[in-house]
Ligand binder design. Structure first.
Ligand code: DC
Length: 220
């Protein structure tokens, strides 16, 4: 990895809006974008297709080594098949959180994530971007929102996509995912010591984006 290439990491819990903010920041700066959660979602989908249990750490890691994962603009491909919307379901979010607890899988995915670090720069979003994958990033943001606001945002997203949505179920799933992502032994969701906290309950998307861009301007 080339440490001269600037990296902005945006970590935070599920449905915090970090993906939207990270993508917009990347577009604004002309940087590459890494949606690391998509990698775990792809592994959840691929293992499900191969009848591998999400608790089977070794089989999941082996399976992930043979996957051809490609990102082309906003589209995601698994073994040359487009899976962009297949990996975005609540079921795959849950599955991703379950496969992500396994250290052997996390090791396999390190190299793939480092390969995104290319000139002129990278915005990387996930859970461990600032703590584990890009610990030397000059700007680390921990983007969060209250559980209720995150559940409302997720509910609204599903309604907008004309999918079935149940607020209480979404809230319960978020709490479970938070607990699993925060309490796992390997690369838990935690704010890096040198990260800035961005609490977005009362911010619009563009305010959050401008906050990150403003912080970044101070580094260059
Ligand atoms: O950001 P997301 O909702 O697409 O992530 C799905 C799951 O993947 C999340 O609940 C935990 C896991 N994940 C992870 O462990 N590490 C990352 N860097 C990104 C996601």
């Amino acid at each position: 990895m080339n440490s001269a290439i600037p990296v902005i990491t945006i970590d935070g819990p599920s449905a915090s809006g970090k993906g939207t903010v990270a993508q917009l920041v990347a577009t604004e700066l002309g940087f590459h974008y890494l949606d690391s959660g998509a990698l775990y979602r792809i592994v959840a989908l691929a293992t499900q297709q191969q009848n591998i249990a999400w608790s089977n750490a070794q089989a999941i890691a082996e399976c992930s080594k043979s996957l051809a994962i490609t990102f082309i603009n906003d589209q995601v491909f698994l073994n040359n098949k487009e899976v962009t919307s297949d990996i975005r379901t609540e079921a795959m979010g849950k599955g991703a959180s379950q496969v992500a607890v396994h250290e052997p899988l996390r090791k396999v995915l390190i190299e793939i994530q480092h390969a995104f670090c290319k000139a002129p720069g990278l915005v990387a979003d996930g859970r461990d971007m600032g703590t584990v994958i890009f610990p030397d990033a000059p700007l680390k943001v921990f983007l969060t929102a209250s559980t209720e606001v995150r559940a409302t945002r997720r509910y609204q997203q599903l309604i907008n996509k004309k999918q079935a949505a149940n607020y209480d179920g979404i809230l319960q799933d978020l709490l479970e995912r938070d607990a699993r992502d925060q309490n796992r032994a390997s690369a838990p969701l935690i704010m890096a010591n040198d990260a800035v906290l961005l609490e977005t309950d009362n911010l619009t998307i563009s305010q959050a984006v401008n906050y990150v861009l403003d912080k970044y301007q101070r580094f260059i």
